[in-house]
Ligand binder design. Sequence first.
Ligand code: ATR
Length: 281
Amino acid sequence: MTDRYAVFGHPVAHSRSPQIHAAFGSQEGITVDYRAIDAAPGQFEDALEAFAADGGVGANVTLPHKEAAFALCTTLTARARRAGSVNTLLRKGERWHGDTTDGIGLVRDLTDRHGLDLRGRRVLLLGAGGSARSVAPALLDAGILELVVVNRTPERADELIDAMGEPGRALSRYWDDLRELGDFELIINATSAGRDRDAEFKLPLSLVNSLTAAVDLNYGEAAIAFLAWARAAECRNVIDGLGMLVEQAAESFQQWHEVRPQTDAVYQTLRTGAASLSDGA
Ligand code: ATR
């Protein structure tokens, strides 16, 4: 039976992962059978079992299944346990091993592609849902000075901070108090607010200093509103989530195929495609 790979999500038709993994495969001379599988919430476990029975040995998991994937794994990496989220599944015998590569993907994009030194930075993380939690541990591990999490629903920010287990360095604050938080060298939008058509970000300019990099974990239309604010606020770097997407995929690819793909060519192809899409819109 051919080894099969897939990304599970709902919806998933828009996913770039099949294109990215096919490109990595052809770069490395590996034939990769990687598809997108749409599974509604409630059907994810059955769909994954059917996939395994059909030769499925590795899978990516995207919205809304990352927590469900976390719950069904028999073994987990330490970073997945801390993030409470799994985006990469590896079949081991009859069981699934889970990892999260989102955080390391973000850190690689910021440090390797954009040349940012994260050490010593004050970081503001907007949002405390699955996306925020999947990147928080890797940011702390990258040596940032402080992580301040602000969320519309404050209890979720508190939960995220509790899960990090670093009370001195990671703290939660109220959205209404953004003006009192000082300035940050890194501001990350991990909310899904930009997915609303007429979203607008009104954040205080006092958050920005001469080094501030603004990063949206989304890409495409969902990133437009936050990145527009970041440009207007004259942030030094304005970065969307496309690079993180490619880097997290490379990390998954490496775990499945034991070879690390080059990411730049794939990133450039997607970037050009994204630009021509938005030019045409
Ligand atoms: P994801 O997996 O994309 O993180 P999620 O777990 O549903 O999705 O989390 C969405 C995040 O975006 C949450 O932090 C949410 O805030 P709440 O916890 O208060 O719901 C945040 N969010 C969504 N819409 C928002 C908006 N209009 N303004 C501010 N935050 C918003």
